[in-house]
Design a protein around this ligand. Structure first.
Ligand SMILES: Nc1ncnc2c1ncn2[C@@H]1O[C@H](COP(=O)(O)OP(=O)(O)OP(=O)(O)O)[C@@H](O)[C@H]1O
Length: 377
């Protein structure tokens, strides 16, 4: 959807609207999420980007530091702006928050005709990917992802520079704005003449605007151009030129087809793949953890068994040592007993000797007594 027309004709108002009268962007965003909710049989992934083309330079409105971005083209992604940030969004409020953030970084300037004149073209883009939920259970499914792109474009004013009183910076802006719009006009003219069908050249590459929007302009797209005009007599020629542009655009015939992608170019597919890989990793890491736990438990068990054996050995040794000690004590006790019996015997013998000596003393006059036995224990 393009908003085309001279400055101050209400293009930005048409796209954004006001709190009471929402414009195309908020209406389309709400409509999109409402439709998503109604399609319970499909899963969706929605992402958005917001850029401006100012003086033929592409700036990212969501990440203002991303400036002067380049356009690339490859087989997988088609035409794309390298380095342009894309936000995955899940509800209208989130999208509109990003939009107002982007708006605050758009280039605006004062002209004779509009105090807040948009000096750049802005492209608000939503990429909607979806797939059938039933594909999860169906192993034979082709796993196709449907990809749609919605471009909501607010063009800068199409008026001639003299009218806006432009000079200096504004004049430079004007020449770039006109270059893009002129190329857009030429592209629309060529398409309306059916040049493409005849194999002729369509100059998409002559401006950043037409190059980025090439897929939305020729062929596989539904394109709507909102032509904003002012009724004032002074702007009659601008109004006429806008209406001429609109009537040319009307003659362009497009044939929109459903884009089904089977390669990994669809983010939804890549994300699903990533989720599955992460799930597998998680599963593996869980079983790795289990193995680690089992190993740890086995080690602990082994250690406690070794400890048990060591304690048993120590106890055995202690028991043997105790037995030895008891044996030795028993032997000593026996020895003591023997010796004490000897002592007793010797005492008795001693007493016997003493009494016999005494008897002898009594008989053969006494001799001095001496200890003839000594016992060592
Ligand atoms: N339908 C409308 N109802 C109320 N106000 C409107 C309407 N359309 C435009 N306006 C007002 O007119 C003024 C100019 O509109 P707007 O900025 O949308 O023009 P524009 O075409 O985007 O201009 P430029 O190309 O310079 O950016 C704004 O103040 C806007 O609020």
């Amino acid at each position: 959807v393009f908003a085309y027309g001279q400055t101050n004709s209400g293009k930005t108002y048409t796209m954004r609207g006001s709190a009471n009268e929402p414009g195309i962007i908020p209406l389309a965003v709400h409509d999109l999420f409402r439709t998503i909710q109604q399609h319970m049989d499909r899963e969706f992934l929605v992402r958005m980007s917001y850029m401006e083309i100012y003086n033929e330079e592409i700036n990212d409105l969501l990440v203002p530091e991303h400036r002067k971005l380049q356009i690339h083209e490859n087989y997988e992604r088609g035409i794309y702006v390298a380095g342009l940030s894309e936000e995955i969004v899940t509800c209208p409020e989130q999208v509109l928050k990003f939009v107002s953030f982007g708006e605050s970084h758009r280039h605006i300037g004062e002209t004779n005709m509009n105090v807040y004149s948009s000096r750049s073209h802005t492209i608000f883009r939503m990429v909607i990917e979806s797939r059938d939920k039933a594909d999860d259970s169906d192993t034979d499914s082709c796993d196709a992802v449907r990809v749609s792109v919605l471009n909501l474009v607010d063009l800068a004013g199409s008026e001639r520079a003299a009218k806006t009183g432009a000079e200096g910076v504004r004049l430079k802006e004007g020449s770039h704005i006109n270059k893009s719009l002129m190329t857009l006009g030429t592209v629309i003219k060529k398409l309306s003449e059916g040049i493409k069908g005849q194999g002729g050249h369509v100059p998409y590459r002559d401006s950043k605007l037409t190059r980025i929007l090439q897929p939305a302009l020729g062929g596989n797209a539904n394109t709507a151009i909102i032509c904003n005009i002012t009724l004032a007599q002074v702007h009659a020629d601008e109004t006429k030129s806008s209406l001429q542009f609109a009537s040319r655009a009307l003659r362009v015939t497009n044939c929109a087809e459903i884009n089904e992608i089977l390669t990994d170019a669809a983010l939804l597919k890549r994300q699903r793949k990533e989720i599955e890989e992460l799930r597998a990793k998680l599963k593996n890491s869980q079983s790795e953890h289990l193995d680690e736990d089992v190993l740890h438990l086995r080690n602990t068990l082994l250690q406690s068994e070794l400890e048990k054996e060591r304690i048993a050995l120590e106890l055995e040794e202690e028991r043997k040592a105790k037995e030895q000690r008891e044996k030795r004590l028993l032997q000593q006790a026996k020895k003591i007993e023997n010796l004490s019996s000897l002592v007793l015997n010797s005492e008795r013998d001693d007493r016997a000797i003493v009494s016999s000596k005494n008897k002898r003393r009594q008989t053969w006059c006494a001799r001095p007594l001496s200890n003839e036995f000594s016992v060592e224990v």
